[in-house]
Design a protein around this ligand. Structure first.
Ligand code: ADP
Length: 544
């Protein structure tokens, strides 16, 4: 029997239409490149994103066409997030840190017809201009002159109107497209439907997940050019929250000033960002007076236990989430179940450092080498596979059928255990695991243990070929400012918690580590840089 419910589509722009009516005076603050703070309201955002949508339609953008953005986190980017899909088109967020070769590859593959670019990022545009076929380029310029062949974004909006736009959009239509950051091969495009964005916004907002309400002030440090800044710009509008958009200055002091002065209550970023923030807070205790409702969302790479302990000492609640470009991105969030609050401290920290429980409608399982699901015992590891309404079912214009099982599960490439309560723990990415004498060593566990040392700022552990053991772990360590430590001391520190045969055979102290555009360790580059590494000590034997 058919239901009597309306077939009412779930559309991304509807979230802003409602917020514009119900929360018109709520503020959107953007940090401009010169440090000024631009302020306007959700009502202004609605008007301008409608103008953008109408201008795009008038300019000949058709349903499904891609419009690229090369922008930092700011209000114009938010206008593109809603305005481009309101025109029935697809907002293609381009990474400002991508290599020009990769950027032009992505823009050509996505066939971006128009581009919106910020004046401070025009150099990137100049490097790809001759290699891509954008018909029109709109520059968000703040006083500088427009390069030849480009147009003013403001003028494009000014000649348009702010009435409601198209009504023929379906919830299954693509609203946005984002490319994977390429840590696992060539970037691949993932298209997000309106329906996926809406459901993701609803589910990630729930109390046991990001717990977003209209009383929150949301600061996405995670770039809007990567996986929709974890969906926060959408979920903040869905809930009617004030947003604080940090622009290009992501230095810890600047972020902390913003958090203090704008009374931020929810802030999201990758662990690298938090390392800087924690160091600043610990170095100058009492300097920043942050909201007592502040929560920190950590994702994109594993958050070590020590990070939760350090935040707790400062009275700040940190929460870990896991996801991928292919999962819109939030698929698991770690929060406790009733009764767990009374667990011994050690156990509780172990739990909080896991990636957490799947969101509603996200199915997950871990599959072992033999192709069968591994038990939820917190011990047996397998590749994490997921499926659900905001999980990608294919890549855009790039057939990779082996990424999906016959039953439609997406193979994440992450190696996990799942405990009896359903909590997922990432032990590694398949390609980052270290195979020593037939046994697997988790690079993530070693990195997490290393950053627990008081002198260590950041660490990467990579597999380096070894004549006897096939591969052995090599640790690359960045020390905190003015700190020194002997390799022997780091080794003894690790031996307290790590099996002796898993302890890296060498520790190299380096001034910094390479990161992806989204702040993740570039393990591929490190493996390449150290591929000729010569082991000069006999590594520990494998204990069988
Ligand atoms: P890319 O796949 O190109 O690195 P993504 O941003 O899609 O770009 O990265 C997703 C990957 O990031 C996941 O597969 C996982 O390996 C890692 N990741 C994301 N969140 C976490 C987390 N909380 N803990 C550990 N790893 C994470």
């Amino acid at each position: 029997m058919k239901s009597t419910m309306m077939a009412f589509p779930l559309l991304a722009p509807s979230m802003l239409e409602r917020a514009g009516k119900l929360f018109p005076r709520v503020e959107i603050m953007s940090s401009l490149p010169n440090g000024d703070r631009h302020r306007y309201t959700i009502c202004d955002l609605l008007r301008r994103s409608r103008r953008l949508a109408n201008a795009l339609c008038d300019a000949g953008i058709r349903k499904g066409d891609r419009v690229g953005t090369l922008l930092w986190n700011g209000h114009e980017h938010l206008e593109a997030y809603f305005g481009i899909p309101a025109a029935g088109a697809v907002v293609h967020t381009l990474s400002v840190r991508q290599h020009p070769d990769e950027l032009s590859y992505i823009m050509n593959q996505a066939e971006d017809r128009f581009l919106i670019v910020e004046d401070v990022l025009l150099d990137i545009w100049r490097q790809v201009n001759s290699r891509v076929k954008c018909e029109r380029v709109f520059v968000v310029n703040r006083g500088s002159s427009l390069p030849e062949g480009t147009e003013s974004y403001e003028e494009f909006l000014a000649q348009s109107v702010d009435n409601l736009v198209r009504s023929d959009i379906e919830e299954g239509d693509a609203a946005a497209i984002c490319y994977t950051s390429g840590t696992t091969g060539r970037p691949k495009g993932v298209t997000y439907s309106h329906r996926a964005l809406v459901l993701h916004s609803l589910a990630s907002s729930m109390p046991d997940h990001f717990n977003i309400s209209r009383h929150d002030v949301v600061l996405p440090v995670v770039p809007m050019y990567h996986v929709n800044a974890w969906g926060l710009p959408y979920s903040a509008i869905l809930n009617g929250c004030k947003q604080v958009l940090p622009g290009r200055n992501l230095q810890p002091h600047n972020l902390l000033d913003l958090m203090q002065e704008e009374r931020v209550t929810l802030v999201a970023g990758v662990p690298t960002i938090w390392i800087g923030i924690l160091n600043a807070l610990e170095k100058q205790p009492g300097r920043w007076n942050l909201s007592n409702k502040l929560r920190i969302l950590i994702g994109g790479a594993a958050a070590p236990e020590s990070m939760f302990r350090r935040f707790d000492k400062l009275g700040i609640h940190a929460i870990q989430a896991w996801g991928m470009t292919e999962t819109s991105p939030v698929a698991t969030v770690c929060s406790t179940k009733p009764g767990m609050e009374t667990w011994p401290e050690e156990e509780l920290y172990k739990l909080r450092a896991r990636q957490g429980l799947p969101l509603p409608f996200v199915d997950l399982r871990a599959v072992g080498d033999e192709g069968s699901e591994v038990p939820w015992d917190g011990q047996t590891s397998g590749e994490l596979q997921v499926r659900g309404p905001w999980i990608s079912g294919s890549y855009f214009g790039n057939e990779q059928p082996d990424k999906w099982t016959e039953e439609g599960w997406f193979r994440t490439g992450d190696v996990v255990t799942i405990d009896s309560e359903g909590y997922v723990k990432i032990t590694d990415r398949l390609k980052d695991l270290i195979k020593s004498g037939g046994e697997w060593i988790s690079s993530v566990d070693l990195e997490n243990a290393l950053v627990g040392h008081a002198a260590v700022r950041e660490a990467a552990v990579i597999a380096v070929p070894h004549p006897k053991w096939q591969e052995r772990p090599l640790a690359l360590v960045v020390l905190k400012e003015n700190m020194t430590v002997e390799p022997g001391e780091v080794r003894s520190f690790l031996e307290r918690t790590v099996a002796p045969w898993q302890v890296p055979d060498a520790f190299v102290f380096v001034p910094e580590l390479p990161h992806t555009s989204t702040g993740k360790l570039l393990k591929g580059k490190l493996r390449q840089d150290y591929s000729q590494w010569k082991w000069d000590t006999e590594p520990s034997p494998v204990v069988s």
